[in-house]
Design a protein around this ligand. Structure first.
Ligand SMILES: C[S@@+](CC[C@H](N)C(=O)[O-])C[C@H]1O[C@@H](n2cnc3c(N)ncnc32)[C@H](O)[C@@H]1O
Ligand SMILES: [Zn+2]
Length: 263
């Protein structure tokens, strides 16, 4: 099935040789790695940079977030989707597992970071990846039976547009105590924030699962973990340097995984 639409005119995109083309002759090359860049010419966002992408790939490949990966895949496969999208897929760590868990599904991945999508399309050959923003997705209305969102921007209007009626949104978010020891090691004042209301307009909540476990991390892995979080870019060099001499640390990983259905 073809779900891609032209980011310029909205017409369906069809494959011709090594490109996707619409009837108005807008054309998008498929890269050697297999992804297509469908960012409209005016877009200015770039998402995670090469350093964050490399840190996340290194950390996730060590398997520390396996319990989360399994929970996400279990929740998605309970919905038996035939087409699904990993929105804000990063380097495709969860996309790859979803392809293995639900081998008959047509799996798509989108991320605004070209560096991340390049890695994802090499890592997971079964899925179709594109570079685009989740706030303006190059997919036709009602394309997907399920959307997965792991720590990525929540573009609810676009999720509602591209999900079929009754389709599922599986979403993983950090719980208030996620990485609390790491934050305390870096910052002088750490506040544990309250969880936000988890009702989502246009969706009905079906299921929520709490996943919490302790990770015993060596210094290198700890720094990779820090480097893949949003704090990496917001922390002063002096605060960041506090992690340089840490050899080991036990760190709490704590998430909520939700499944909603589109009303
Ligand atoms: C915390 S990472 C999560 C990546 C992946 N889901 C994972 O957990 O490994 C957030 C991702 O959202 C992407 N992102 C940020 N803004 C975006 C946008 N507007 N559209 C699509 N992706 C975006 C970043 O490039 C990054 O890959
Ligand atoms: Zn077009």
């Amino acid at each position: 099935m073809n779900v891609y639409v032209c980011p310029v005119c909205g017409a369906p995109l069809l494959r011709e040789g090594n490109a996707l083309r619409c009837e108005h002759r807008h054309s998008y090359d498929i890269s050697a790695a297999g992804y297509v860049n469908l960012t409209p010419p005016s877009a200015g966002r770039h998402g995670d940079d090469a350093e964050m992408v490399a840190a996340r790939r290194a950390f996730l490949n060590k398997g520390h977030y396996d319990p989360l990966r399994r929970a996400v895949c279990d929740m998605l496969s309970a919905a038996s989707p035939k087409t699904l999208l990993d929105a804000g897929c990063g380097e495709g760590y969860y996309t790859g597992s979803v392809c293995e868990t639900i081998p008959d599904a047509d799996v798509y991945g989108v991320d605004v970071s070209k560096k991340a999508v390049e890695k994802a399309s090499k890592y997971c050959r079964q899925a179709s990846f594109c570079v685009a923003s989740v706030y303006r997705m190059p997919y036709a209305d009602r394309s997907f039976d399920a959307i997965l969102n792991v720590f990525s921007p929540l573009a609810l209007d676009e999720y509602l547009r591209t999900l079929r009626p009754g389709g599922s949104l599986v979403m993983a978010v950090p719980a208030p105590d996620h990485l609390i020891e790491l934050k305390r090691a870096v910052y002088d004042d750490v506040f544990i924030k309250e969880m936000k209301d988890d009702a989502l307009d246009g969706f009905s909540k079906q299921e929520v699962k709490r996943i919490a476990f302790t990770m015993d991390l060596d210094g290198e892995t700890l720094r990779e973990l820090f480097g893949m979080t949003p704090y990496a870019k917001k922390t002063s060099p002096a605060d960041r340097a506090k992690l340089d001499c840490v050899d080991r640390m036990s760190v709490t990983a704590s998430f909520f995984v939700y499944r909603y259905t589109k009303l």
